[in-house]
Design a binder for this molecule. Structure first.
Ligand SMILES: [Mg+2]
Length: 419
């Protein structure tokens, strides 16, 4: 069988945070629920399908949401529960194939080409995943299957809520052409409006527009990328953690101007997640990369390569912070940030660290310095406590402060993972 068919799957839990709340509290089932925010203010992070029917969406102000849907119930999010249940879902996916690439808390790509002989064709595997996640965890999950990642993700969005859409090879054009352009990964309201002004509403219309024209409308980089996506040109493989050459995390922020305390809190949270994953695998990396996305999808990437590999939360936070401010400093004012991402590459096995003499000037970023050693000791204690009592048991201060009454940034995971 030379062509195994639509073997890339994108599995995405439906209205994840809200679905978890409804799972844990039966009184919320069948009712419009908003996670985060309140009638007086704050931002809604996620809405149940019952609330979406009234037009309530993530990212909306609470007062606005309650005006659309007066019966809306607001609940505070429980990130620990979301993490626990999403991890259980990922374990179901890993039962089907080891080739799973988790791209955010509640969604993942799978390459099932090695699993079709065990479980059957991709549509059967998609149905199996959906059945098991519903039966064993109690959550609705949508699955899209296609020959490329890009298309599998579009298919899962079309499948929502609680559905399965397979795009058989050969039918891609037919499937894509009538769909609205905003289903393409990365097309937000601004680009959608710009395309609409030129009469481009569907993916088919975008595909029929020469790439050079699209680049004139949206800028070269974005235009080129979206043109390729409209033609379903996407050679990316499903990257498992095993194959991964970098470890990264990102947080969408809604729109906000860059406040130092907030930037630091988000970076501390991201650095903590990345470095914890590195330490869990006994790995460390030398190159730290940040991506800052501004309004209008414009992104700036900055990296710094350290003399020695690190996996230390505080050091990674500080390097990332410096890079982010350098990126912001070069941006034309006023600047609003919509996303921050941190990744570490140039990975090696965590080397045995030789203590160094602390010669002036002290360099806390060197793992062998006295400060570097102290930082690793703190990380070691935190990892041990978390292993025993759970991820939320302890945290670095800026990351901990992000929880509390304000909008927790960890709820703002995005459905993309490129850096
Ligand atoms: Mg989802």
């Amino acid at each position: 069988m030379p062509d195994l068919g639509a073997t890339i799957l994108h599995a995405d839990l439906d209205a994840f945070y809200a679905s978890v709340e409804q799972l844990l509290d039966p009184a919320l089932r069948g009712r419009p629920v908003a996670v985060g925010g309140g009638p007086g203010g704050g931002v809604v992070l996620a809405a149940s399908y019952e609330a979406k029917a009234f037009g309530v969406q993530g990212g909306m102000a609470g007062w606005q949401a309650v005006r659309l849907c007066p019966r809306l119930t607001f609940v505070r999010g429980r990130f620990g529960e979301y993490q626990r249940l999403a991890d259980a879902v990922m374990a179901v996916l890993a039962d089907v194939t080891p080739v799973v690439e988790r791209i955010s808390i509640d969604e993942a790509f799978l390459d099932v080409s090695g699993a079709v002989h065990l479980f059957g064709p991709p549509d059967v595997i998609g149905a199996l995943i959906r059945r098991r996640v519903r039966a064993e965890i109690g959550l609705p999950i949508s699955v899209g299957a296609a020959r490329t990642k890009h298309l599998a993700k579009i298919a899962s969005q079309v499948a929502k809520p609680d559905g399965l859409v397979v795009v058989p090879p050969g039918s891609e054009r037919q499937f894509l052409d009538p769909l609205p352009v905003e289903l393409i990964w990365g097309v937000g309201p601004v680009n959608r409006r710009r395309l609409a002004e030129r009469g481009i509403h569907t993916i088919g219309e975008l595909a029929r527009t020469p790439s050079s024209a699209v680049e004139r409308i949206l800028g070269q980089a974005v235009g080129h990328k979206l043109s390729a996506m409209a033609h379903d040109e996407d050679l990316r493989r499903v990257e498992t953690a095993h194959r991964a050459r970098s470890v990264g995390a990102q947080s969408a922020l809604g729109r906000r101007s860059a406040e130092p305390a907030e930037v630091r809190a988000v970076l501390a949270h991201l650095a903590d997640r990345v470095s914890r994953r590195l330490r869990a695998k006994d790995r460390a990396g030398r190159t730290v990369t940040v991506r800052v996305r501004f309004t209008g999808m414009r992104s700036v990437t900055r990296s710094h390569t350290l003399a020695q590999p690190v996996a230390t939360t505080l050091t990674l936070t500080e390097v990332a912070e410096r890079l982010v401010w350098s990126a912001i400093g070069d941006a034309p004012a006023p600047c609003e940030i919509t996303l921050l991402a941190v990744s570490v590459s140039n990975l090696t096995a965590q080397p045995v660290i030789q203590p160094e003499l602390d010669l002036p000037p002290p360099d806390p970023w060197r793992p062998g310095s006295a400060t570097g050693a102290a930082r690793r000791a703190v990380d070691g204690s935190m990892d041990a406590i978390r292993t025993r009592f759970g991820a939320d048991a302890v945290g670095y201060l800026p990351a901990v402060m992000g929880r509390g009454t304000a909008v927790p940034d960890e709820f703002r995971e995005l459905a993309e993972h490129e850096l």
